[in-house]
Ligand binder design. Structure first.
Ligand SMILES: *Cc1c(COP(=O)(O)O)cnc(C)c1O
Length: 374
């Protein structure tokens, strides 16, 4: 059986370094905000080119901290896709604001600019909520169209929070993820392209004011010293052990991104034409958190693949606007047709940097035979 995601191959490759990094933390014992955390944050800043990089406990907290830093709360509207992991809209609700669902583009699977504009106009006309921010999600590893997002945000005086939980390491028109929104958030959950051995996250910004807010908010609203608390914040820090692990993983990450790209190119060239797939915008690179395709009769094809020992996964089986807590959230007047179309048809193929050519070939042949029997 082919594993859907294989974290052990990577571990085998760097286990000596990881073990040494962990042992060194156990030795110095500074488990919270130890020296590895500061070093990792420096590395994150230089990797992305962002002026500020803050680590935190997970990608959901990263989003919540971004919203808090922007002062977003009750009475505010935040525009976000429904086609995303629930954390994107959950964070909006956690600060008391209202998510407004926006449809996605059928080619890129990311926020559709027209649907976004219509949603902003609708909220403005209704006058009940104050439009404050857009959360483009870089679904499956591809950055959203940040030229469009920034243009629309400037036009309507909104902030852009880039949910880059899946796209850390990707680029858009010469800029790295981390610099594409007013604030960018990411996650180091184990299955993300850069994952740790537990939960972790980070926040990026080039803005001095927002950086100071985030620094304080992630640590109980700290003021001038540890026992000076100037605002209500969170306890959301990255464990030193995770920072030590991530420092080692970051070293091999650029090489892993190239390997992911190679797998994606192989799939793109060889999978059956019956399969639709997420396409890249010109000037965008993806880190391929998932390689996602779509077709009619998805379950039939997935079952046939499963019989051949080829695992697949559906991200996400139920769109957020149909999840219980978000049923009453407003959505764009354009509707969410593409979201619903894709969510009934998408599935993802095994994707990780250590997928051998032999396995890639087996997956492609499996797909071809699944469609032949069709
Ligand atoms: C994983 C993910 C998150 C949340 O990250 P956690 O570290 O699991 O809290 C948020 N948004 C998206 C799009 C994600 O994929």
């Amino acid at each position: 059986m082919i594993p859907f995601i294989d974290l052990q191959s990577q571990r085998r490759e760097i286990s000596a370094n990881i073990d040494r990094a962990i042992a060194s933390v156990l030795e110095h014992g500074q488990y919270v905000m130890g020296p590895e955390v500061a070093r990792f944050e420096q590395e994150l800043a230089s990797f992305t080119g962002a002026k500020y990089a803050f680590s935190c406990a997970n990608g959901t907290d990263a989003l919540q901290l971004a919203l808090m830093a922007l002062g977003i709360g009750p009475g505010d509207a935040v525009f976000a896709p429904s086609f995303t992991f629930v954390a994107t809209v959950e964070a909006v609700r956690l600060v008391g604001a209202q998510p407004v669902f926006v449809d996605v583009d059928e080619k890129t699977f990311n926020l559709c600019p027209d649907s976004l504009l219509e949603a902003i106009h609708q909220v403005t006309r209704d006058g009940e909520l104050v439009p404050r921010a857009i959360i483009p999600v870089d679904l499956f590893g591809q950055p959203s169209d940040y030229d469009q997002m920034t243009r629309i945000a400037e036009l309507h005086d909104l902030k852009v929070i880039a949910d880059a939980a899946q796209s850390f390491g990707a680029t858009f028109r010469g800029k790295n993820v981390g610099q594409l929104g007013d604030i960018t958030t990411t996650s180091f959950f184990p299955a993300k392209p850069l994952g740790c051995y537990g939960d972790g996250g980070a926040i990026f910004t080039n803005d001095d004011y927002l950086a100071a807010e985030i620094r304080s908010l992630r640590n109980h609203g700290q003021g001038t010293d540890r026992y000076d608390n100037v605002k209500v914040g969170l306890n959301s820090r990255l464990d030193t052990l995770q920072a030590a692990i991530l420092l080692e993983k970051l070293k091999i990450f650029p090489k892993e991104i190239l390997k992911r790209e190679k797998v994606a190119n192989f799939y793109a060239a060889k999978i059956p034409v019956e399969l639709g797939r997420q396409s890249l915008l010109s000037g965008a690179s993806s880190v391929w958190a998932q390689y996602t395709v779509f077709c009619e009769e998805r379950e039939l094809i997935r079952n046939r693949l499963s019989d051949l020992g080829i695992p697949t996964a559906v991200y996400y089986p139920k769109p957020n606007h149909l999840q219980k807590p978000y049923l009453s959230a407003p959505s764009s007047p354009t509707g969410l047709k593409t979201t619903e179309y894709l969510q009934e048809r998408v599935f993802s193929l095994p994707m990780h940097p250590y997928l051998t050519e032999e396995t890639q070939m087996k997956i492609v042949m499996g797909l071809q035979s699944a469609f032949l029997d069709h």
